[in-house]
Design a binder for this molecule. Structure first.
Ligand code: NAD
Length: 368
């Protein structure tokens, strides 16, 4: 079997700081579990602009297309705020998503028991929560034509178009059903079929794909507004939710924040299967480059570490090792080791980024 390949793009701000902790965990898997990765590292975002005059060099793009998975830290920062739009750090990230055709965005909402008090909802509503929102990422109203602001008579009109083809819906539906089979075998599809034709088509196609290929998975449908209510009322009723780009943007933020800090949220964006059967994949924390704390050693590395856990599970078929890493993080939190963003009590000394990494490695050692 060939060694799985991983391209690491730490990026800007706290990106390299949190990624350094992930590198230690990758080394741990090589040393202690015999799980070797062929790791390469490159630039993305502002640091790539500083070196190459572009936020993503063509060679880096080509490498991203070849590897089994890409793991990214974060991009951006005030230094780059006045750059031309075409070379802003974020353009590097958008280019990766677009050229890798990453149409399926996975945003887990997972509540570690030790952090249940952090939620704005009651503890029993969120304790043990583990759901996955899949947002279609490359089509829908953010991309549909016509779009723009036009003059009509003596006033302006703003137009965006919600547009989905059957194949775009079918591929993200398949991604949801496949994922459900690796979890609790339940998918809820959300749209607004009551008021939108694109919603009617969405519901039809999801149902067709289900009947033809995934009848073993439990499927339900919900209007997206009702879905938002149910997510805040009793989120544990869901396993996998699949929805379009716009509703997914809102619902994934809502679900993720049920569980606490930005420093805890991982994500994955998956594309079509490659020749080896693995989907093209980019894993990254949801947070940005946090310029306000960059260089202070305060960043929480857990979102980035959990992004690597997702890579273990979804790109490398190492579900048991992903469970091990998540359990190690649960142990660290339960032991009261918290970075500053997770501290509630006055007078408690926060852990630094490196100390949080040390604690995860110690918990991994203890798991053997
Ligand atoms: P941000 O996510 O960087 O920070 C928001 C707040 O959360 C800050 O107070 C920050 O200190 C805190 N925070 C974020 N991650 C944290 C972590 N791991 N540990 C502890 N605290 C954490 O969002 P922002 O301030 O709006 O944006 C800063 C820069 O990042 C901008 O240039 C923005 O364009 C960029 N950005 C990049 C991405 C990405 O790379 N995917 C995403 C969002 C924003």
């Amino acid at each position: 079997m060939t060694t799985p390949s991983l391209l690491i793009l730490p990026g800007d701000g706290i990106g390299p700081e949190v990624m350094a902790q992930v590198r230690r965990i990758i080394d741990w898997y090589g040393d202690k579990r015999g799980l070797k990765f062929d790791v390469s590292e490159d630039l993305v975002g502002g640091c790539a602009y500083d070196k190459h005059g572009t936020p993503l060099h063509d060679d880096t793009m080509a490498k991203a297309q070849e590897v089994d998975a890409v793991l990214l830290g974060a991009v951006g920062g005030p230094k780059y705020d006045n750059l031309d739009f075409s070379v802003k750090p974020e353009r590097g990230l958008l280019r990766l998503r677009k050229e890798m055709d990453l149409f399926s965005n996975l945003r887990p909402a997972q509540c570690f028991d030790a952090l249940a008090d952090f939620s704005s909802l009651k503890k029993d509503v969120v304790a043990g929560l583990d759901i996955m929102i899949i947002r279609e990422l490359t089509s829908g109203v953010y991309f549909g034509e016509p779009r723009g602001i036009f003059n009509e008579g003596n006033e302006r009109v703003g137009i965006n178009t919600q547009r989905y083809t059957e194949s775009e819906i079918a591929r993200v539906a398949r991604s949801a059903f496949e994922l459900a089979r690796k979890r609790n075998n339940k998918v809820c599809s959300m749209e607004k079929a009551n008021v939108m034709e694109s919603g009617i088509l969405w519901r039809d196609v999801v149902t067709e794909v289900h009947q033809a290929e995934y009848a073993d998975v439990e499927l339900s449908h919900m209007y997206a507004d009702a879905g938002a209510m149910q997510l805040t009322r009793w989120p544990k009723q869901f396993d996998v939710i699949v929805t379009d780009n716009l509703f997914g943007d809102l619902l994934s933020d809502l679900a993720a924040m049920l569980t606490g800090s930005l420093g805890m949220l991982p994500s994955a964006s998956l594309g079509a299967p490659m020749a080896n059967g693995r989907p093209k994949a980019l894993y990254e924390p949801v947070h940005g480059s946090a310029p306000d704390i960059a260089g202070t050693g305060k960043a929480n590395p857990i979102a980035c570490i959990l992004s690597f856990a997702m890579a273990l599970r979804y790109s490398f078929d190492q579900g048991a090792e992903a469970d091990r890493l998540e359990a190690a993080i649960e142990t660290v939190l339960a032991n009261g080791i918290r970075t500053a963003d997770l501290l509630q009590a006055e007078g408690v000394e926060p852990a630094s980024t490196v100390e949080a990494g040390d604690a995860v490695l110690a918990a991994l050692d203890a798991s053997l």
